[in-house]
Ligand binder design. Structure first.
Ligand code: ZN
Length: 686
């Protein structure tokens, strides 16, 4: 459920979380030298992403994207304020220095200041977007005072009658003191989660009071026979006012009204160019919800949104994910505007339609196969605009809505964002990773040509077919394998994909052009499972995460089984370790054998066999190889976190008539952030 983290693919291009894309063509859109990576600073890198297919949309669809992209930008300040109540004041201060500082801009200190400001933009505030720890500048407090001194007084966001010196005294601890607001989201159960978290969803209220408040709200709703399914607390801040605890609702006329009014203006423009009655209904309900703040209307909107399946253009806009709140109640504002990648979605449809064929022909024992199997279709989308929590860092997949009862009764939309994974894959090409860890030039070339398709197709097979294949014996529950369940389940889905990616049927279905796609996947899977995924493990630690265990299990099992015949060969060259596949067909047979074993374990709920497989193959780390891999990776200086520059859209007019929407791809992260702050800042900084 929910958003799939970008972090998962931070090092390795082939991941079960990357997304589908058609093999040939449309994607490259004639712009082979598009520059993805624009810069790196601290632990971050900035990429651009392309929006292939935008030019082919109708004028009306382009307008819809334009209006929705404006709505996505208008909520930007909300994210900063939700993350920490001083973020907007800090950002404004840094931005006016950046704009108006009259001192030396070539000094090392000034460069450090710029890095700090970029990190604030990158994280939508002063806390690391992933660890949620407060990060500190690398310049001194004295230098900060100097920056303020050489910035015009009238530019600075001083409070009434405040002098520059007083302002410096006010701002310095906020920025420099590690003890002030040290963590955005504190999940340590031994502390008061609300009081110890810097996120701005509660004010003057502690954890117990917040829990009591919502417990009472729920019991009141039950007693009064009101809707008890709504997502209580999702769109409000809980504050103490005149001694009483009350909700301040995010809505027109309520908290964040200045930004929400603007969002509504653009949603109203969008209303005029919606594609289907269902979409029109959804947008209307969203507007109604933003005006009333009524969470029942929010649910109605979500139901309408789930029902809108025929529009090409789609979007997310609202207070949605609750990771930013240690109590997991308050929604952070986010937006993604996108349109369906019709070609890529066809592929998941082909797999889904032929689900029974794959089931019937798998190497699994007949008694463990499903007599009737149903594939899952996931939509593949092209992101056109990222906003709020989803920008600059962004998920690569979305599965919404979050309300379990709506998912159960009305379903959900599951999407993968192809142009974002494409940007990751393309940017990874030049980073030296493959050159360092791939055995041969041939492997590198194959990865370059087929890697993206191979990774996406493996994901499709894994998600659309793998998890849904096979059946459990009567009396065996999904909990039979207990702590080994996730690893075995992920292995099962991966093995299904690995077995079938090298099947002639995929060529026959037109999903792959040739056998090279499978080879590219095998190369990267083995390289990753035996070696490169270790870059994500701290020295001395074992493998814990279940997808990583799954990959280690598969790669090490086939390596060991094929050792005598040298199916996979370990080669040392210039003191470096490589793994080279000698026999791809034999490897495929081994994947099939292991799939058969893993399916039997699953179907019978054979806990002991699961434990043996996982403990023998998936957990331990060879310390010598680990050390070597970490050292080789370290030298590449690859920034682990990625943010994106949005494209920019502009209206082309003939008199009063809009005749087109133009898309351009800016390449200056700081310039885009300054532009957004200038044009889309609606909330007061104090
Ligand atoms: Zn999975």
């Amino acid at each position: 459920m929910r958003t799939i983290s970008t972090l998962i693919i931070m090092f390795i291009a082939t991941t079960v979380f990357s997304s589908p894309q058609t093999g040939k063509d449309t994607k490259k859109d004639g712009n082979g030298d598009f520059r993805y990576l624009t810069e790196q600073f601290a632990d971050a890198k900035i990429l651009r992403y392309q929006v292939p297919g935008f030019e082919d949309l109708s004028l009306s669809q382009k307008k819809l994207i334009y209006y929705l992209s404006r709505a996505a930008l208008c909520g930007r300040d909300i994210t900063y304020d939700q993350n920490y109540k001083m973020n907007l004041l800090i950002r404004r201060t840094l931005e006016v220095i950046y704009r108006d500082f009259s001192g030396d801009r070539s000094s090392e200190d000034y460069k450090k200041f710029v890095v700090y400001l970029k990190r604030v933009w990158f994280c939508n505030g002063i806390h690391h977007h992933y660890s949620t720890d407060k990060f500190l500048p690398e310049f001194s407090q004295a230098y900060f005072a100097n920056l303020i001194k050489k910035t015009p007084t009238e530019s600075l966001p001083l409070s009434k009658d405040q002098t520059k010196n007083q302002f410096v005294l006010e701002m310095t601890p906020l920025i420099f003191d590690p003890a002030i607001a040290p963590k955005r989201v504190n999940l340590d159960p031994d502390s008061d989660l609300v009081l110890s978290s810097a996120s701005n969803f509660y004010d003057g209220v502690n954890q117990q009071e917040a829990e009591d408040f919502y417990a009472k709200m729920k019991s009141d709703a039950k007693r009064n026979k009101q809707d008890t399914l709504v997502s209580f607390g999702l769109n409000s801040k809980l504050v103490r006012e005149n001694g009483k605890i009350v909700e301040k609702t995010y809505k027109v006329g309520g908290l964040y009204t200045q930004a929400i009014e603007q969002i509504v203006v653009w949603l109203e423009s969008a209303l005029a160019v919606t594609e289907t009655p269902e979409q029109r209904d959804a947008v209307k309900k969203l507007i109604t919800y933003y005006r009333s703040g009524n969470l029942k209307t929010w649910d109605e909107y979500n139901i309408a949104w789930v029902k809108d399946l025929n529009s090409l253009v789609d979007f997310v806009n609202g207070f949605i994910e609750v990771y930013g709140d240690p109590m997991a109640m308050k929604g952070s504002w986010e937006s993604i505007v996108n349109f369906k990648d019709v070609e890529a979605t066809k592929r998941t449809e082909i797999l889904s339609k032929n689900a029974q064929f794959f089931e019937d022909n798998s190497p699994v024992a007949p008694e463990f196969k499903k007599k009737k199997v149903k594939g899952v279709t996931a939509k593949v989308i092209t992101a056109a605009q990222l906003g709020g929590e989803c920008h600059p860092t962004t998920p690569i997949g979305i599965n919404l809505p979050n309300a379990p009862w709506i998912r159960k009764e009305y379903g959900s939309k599951s999407v993968t964002i192809d142009n974002i994974t494409m940007a990751y894959d393309q940017a990874a090409k030049g980073n030296g990773f493959l050159d360092e860890f791939a055995f041969s030039k041939e492997e590198i070339a194959r990865a370059g040509e087929y890697g993206h398709l191979a990774g996406n197709l493996t994901t499709d097979l894994h998600e659309c077919l793998g998890h849904g294949s096979g059946q459990l014996n009567k009396g065996v529950g999904t909990d039979a394998l207990k702590n080994y369940h996730s690893t075995i389940e992920e292995s099962r889905a991966d093995l299904f994909a690995l077995y079938y990616i090298k099947d002639q049927a995929l060529v026959n279905f037109g999903l792959v052009p040739n056998d090279e796609v499978a080879k590219a996947e095998y190369d990267s899977y083995i390289r990753n499972g035996l070696m490169t995924q270790l870059v994500r493990i701290q020295p001395g630690k074992t493998i814990e995460e279940s997808h990583m265990r799954d990959r280690a299990l598969i790669a090490r099992w086939v390596y060991e089984k094929g050792n005598a015949a040298k199916v996979i060969e370990k080669v040392t060259r210039d003191g470096k370790t490589y793994f080279k596949i000698n026999d791809y067909d034999a490897l495929r047979i081994q994947f099939g054998e292991l799939l058969k074993i893993v399916q039997r374990i699953t179907s019978e709920g054979d806990y002991n066999a699961a434990r043996e497989l996982v403990e023998n193959y998936a957990v331990q780390v060879d310390p010598a190889l680990h050390k070597e891999v970490l050292a080789r990776y370290e030298k590449l200086k690859i920034a682990p976190y990625t943010g994106f520059i949005n494209p920019e859209y502009s209206l082309v007019r003939d008199g009063d008539t809009i005749t087109d929407v133009k898309i351009t791809y800016p390449d200056d992260f700081a310039a885009q952030m300054m532009l957004y702050s200038k044009k889309y800042s609606f909330l007061p900084v104090r």
